[in-house]
Design a protein around this ligand. Structure first.
Ligand code: 5GP
Ligand code: ZN
Length: 115
C-alpha cells in the first residue's frame, strides 16, 4: 500500500473512520465531510489510484462496488427515493483521494448536472 494513502490506512485500521461495511474485498465508511444526509464511500480494499489505472482483472471488483452501494442505499432507506453514485476521476473530475472510491450520496434532492 502507498504510505500516504488515507483510504489504505482506513482499510488497514490505521486511521479512524465510521465504517458501515467491510469484507475481504470492499470497505465502506461515512464521508467525513458529507455532501448530503447520506454520504458513504464504497472503496476496494485493493489500492488502485483511479479508473485510469484499472484493468480488466479489476472489472468484477468495480462491479461489486456498484452492487454494494446499491445494498447500502437499501439499508439506509433511500433506494426508493433515489441516490447518486459518483466516481470522480482525476483533477478535472474532482478526484482528491487517489484510491478508487464510489460515493453513495442521498437524502436530499440533488441538482441535475448541467454545463
Ligand atoms: P473525491 O474528491 O476524491 O472523489 O472524494 C474524496 C472524498 O473523501 C471526499 O468527499 C472527502 O470528504 C473524503 N475524505 C477525504 N479524507 C477522508 C478521511 O480521512 N476520512 C473520511 N471518512 N473521508 C475522507
Ligand atoms: Zn490506497
Amino acid at each position: 500500500m502507498p504510505d500516504d494513502c488515507i483510504f489504505c490506512k482506513i482499510i488497514a485500521g490505521q486511521a479512524d473512520a465510521d465504517i458501515v461495511f467491510r469484507d475481504d474485498q470492499i470497505t465502506a465508511f461515512w464521508d467525513h465531510r458529507p455532501a448530503a444526509p447520506v454520504h458513504i464511500l464504497v472503496v476496494p480494499n485493493k489500492h488502485i489510484d483511479s479508473v485510469n489505472e484499472a484493468d480488466l482483472q479489476d472489472a468484477e471488483l468495480l462491479g461489486k462496488l456498484i452492487l454494494k452501494a446499491r445494498d447500502l442505499a437499501k439499508e439506509q432507506g433511500v433506494d426508493e427515493r433515489g441516490y447518486r453514485l459518483v466516481l470522480n476521476v482525476g483533477p478535472d473530475g474532482g478526484q482528491t483521494v487517489f484510491h478508487i472510491h464510489l460515493h453513495l450520496i442521498a437524502g436530499r434532492r440533488l441538482p441535475v448536472f448541467r454545463e
